[in-house]
Write a protein that binds this ligand. Structure first.
Ligand SMILES: Cc1cc2nc3c(=O)[nH]c(=O)nc-3n(C[C@H](O)[C@H](O)[C@H](O)COP(=O)(O)OP(=O)(O)OC[C@H]3O[C@@H](n4cnc5c(N)ncnc54)[C@H](O)[C@@H]3O)c2cc1C
Length: 261
């Protein structure tokens, strides 16, 4: 099939890291420089028969890096991720030439307290944001944000960027990183926070004094987490203009029988 090279470019995988049986990241080299803002996403695709199957993926890397990075979760019954999962270093895939998305730190309110909430791969846009701020700090620009990032995963080896985020948080006074394990019984070595994002959101909002009048909340990843956390934020007084969301997928509709079980 003919892919429009006006709209798409071929990108080559130059590195792959696997974190668990269904979580991995890749770094890709682009044909031409890809312009984007931290928090935006790229559209990646693979030819499948006569079709180009394409999906949105938040960009993990910062615009100040040479290559692009993505963090994936395998959806075994999915159309695209099983094909992406097969790819190794040296393989190529298609990527739209234009970045998309409004899930960025840019905001008219001027709020500087930022509350970032996510499930597993939903950390991707936040890594891009904090890598970019860290680079700005290295260049002696002062950081006016106060960022709290909460990431929940079933088990600790699913965090993927934990070491990097912990190191950044340790070396800065603008980032706080709270990884939380929601199935501690499957990860007995874990000594950190436990619970889903929903379980701990209110506790941290209150204890850190993240008041609705001066805080922007970002929700990324699992649709149910986003729905639940929007309710928690709303009940805590957050107006909807102060809540940003990036929903990664729409849950498949269950049949009447399944839904009732
Ligand atoms: C703006 C945006 C950014 C995104 N960024 C990322 C990212 O950084 N990393 C990433 O892995 N994904 C990301 N996604 C999700 C991604 O676009 C795909 O939906 C996902 O990879 C599944 O694609 P698929 O073709 O394999 O499955 P599909 O064929 O699209 O889906 C098959 C079924 O699985 C369900 N489903 C889809 N994803 C999941 C999931 N993760 N868990 C459980 N059920 C699911 C769908 O509702 C559908 O019923 C993002 C989505 C959006 C909208």
């Amino acid at each position: 099939m003919a892919i429009s090279t006006e709209k798409f470019q071929k990108v080559e995988i130059i590195e792959r890291k696997d974190y668990s049986s269904d979580l991995w990241s890749i770094r890709v080299k682009t044909e031409e420089r890809f312009v984007f803002k931290p928090g935006q996403y790229a559209t990646l695709g693979l030819e499948r028969g006569s079709r180009l199957v394409q999906r949105a993926y938040s960009i993990v890397s910062s615009p100040c890096e040479e290559d692009l990075e993505f963090f994936f979760e395998l959806v075994p019954q999915g159309e695209l991720t099983p094909g992406l999962f097969e790819l190794k270093t040296g393989d190529t895939l298609w990527m739209r030439r234009q970045a998309r998305g409004l899930f960025t730190l840019e905001d008219k309110s001027g709020h500087k307290k930022i509350f970032l909430l996510c499930t597993v791969t939903g950390v991707a846009p936040y890594v891009s944001m904090v890598r970019t701020l860290a680079r700005a700090e290295q260049e002696n620009r002062s950081i006016s944000y106060e960022i709290t990032l909460i990431q929940a995963a079933s088990r600790s080896w699913e965090f993927a960027y934990r070491e990097e985020l912990e190191a950044l948080a340790k070396g800065s006074n603008w980032l706080r990183y709270i990884p939380s394990v929601s199935r501690p019984w499957e990860d007995p070595e874990w000594k950190g926070e436990v619970g889903r994002v929903e379980d701990i959101t209110r506790k941290y909002l209150d204890s850190l004094g993240l008041e609705p009048a001066e805080t922007l909340a970002y929700l990324c990843g699992h649709p149910q987490m986003i729905e639940n956390c929007k309710g928690i934020l709303k009940r805590r007084g957050f107006p909807k203009e102060s809540i940003r969301e990036e929903i990664y997928w729409i849950p498949a509709k269950k049949s009447g029988v399944e839904a009732a079980v």
